[in-house]
Ligand binder design. Structure first.
Ligand code: C5P
Length: 227
């Protein structure tokens, strides 16, 4: 897959017009936009097709998780929209991942390994067994075996996954903060250069771009760190 300049801008906005305003301020610098549940629920699937028609590479972050048949049918609809990447939850299990991959056509399926909002106490509550790095590695292996295009993981798990991943397997990481920017609610962050050095192929950056006085300049600085 052509990863462009490796920067995915998270377009976390409640309406099409606010999303458009952010995209305009980004000045076309990021090769990718990440459209999430908020915008998808507010504006519907046409928002994806619109961006694709304008030449944007789209990561559609829906984090699907259901029985294989339902995920396959939803994935087939997403594939028609032309998104480059679609997220699903790895803990939907192997059959669900395989069903998504089969239905996705040229859309790459990214498996979310373990949500970065969960700690080991949360995992125990839902009956999952840590430690988190081991669980992430286990789910990354599952994603590889199921034919996924890649995984979404914390920057701190990138090196572990890179060590077990075949060539071309994508590692996409949020939780990235240029030096000096606020971490916000992201607990375990790395700079873009650190994430890239650890083996990330693509980084997702949201608030440090959105909240910058000049988002295009902030995006250019991230891209410079990634090359
Ligand atoms: O603003 P920030 O750079 O933290 O935005 C990161 C983006 O990546 C948000 O859209 C967030 O929902 C998403 N994300 C994340 N952690 C995950 C998966 C997705 O932060 N594990």
């Amino acid at each position: 897959m052509d990863v462009g300049n490796r920067l995915i801008a998270a377009i976390d906005a409640p309406t099409r017009s606010e999303a458009e305003a952010l995209i305009a301020r980004l000045g076309g610098v990021p090769s990718w936009v990440k459209l999430g549940l908020e915008l998808f629920c507010a504006e519907g699937p046409s928002i994806v097709a619109d961006h694709v028609a304008r030449g944007h590479r789209v990561m559609l972050d829906l984090k699907l998780h259901d029985i294989p048949e339902t995920v396959a049918r939803a994935t087939a609809q997403v594939a028609r929209l032309g998104a480059g990447l679609l997220t699903v939850h790895a803990d939907g299990g192997r059959a669900m991942l395989e069903a998504a991959v089969k239905a996705a056509g040229t859309t790459g399926v990214l498996a979310v390994t373990v949500l970065t909002s969960l700690d080991e106490a949360d995992l125990a509550d839902i009956g999952a067994v840590g430690p988190i790095p081991e669980l992430v590695a286990k789910r990354a292996r599952l994603a590889i075996a199921a034919g996924c295009a890649g995984v979404v993981a914390s920057p701190h798990e990138v090196a572990t996954i890179r060590a077990i991943a075949p060539a071309g397997f994508l590692i996409v990481t949020p939780g990235v903060r240029p030096a000096g920017s606020a971490a916000g609610d992201q607990k375990r962050v790395m700079t873009p250069a650190q994430a890239r050095a650890a083996g990330a192929d693509l980084v997702v950056v949201g608030r440090p771009l959105r909240d910058a006085p000049d988002p295009a300049a902030a995006a250019r600085a991230v891209v410079a760190e990634l090359s």
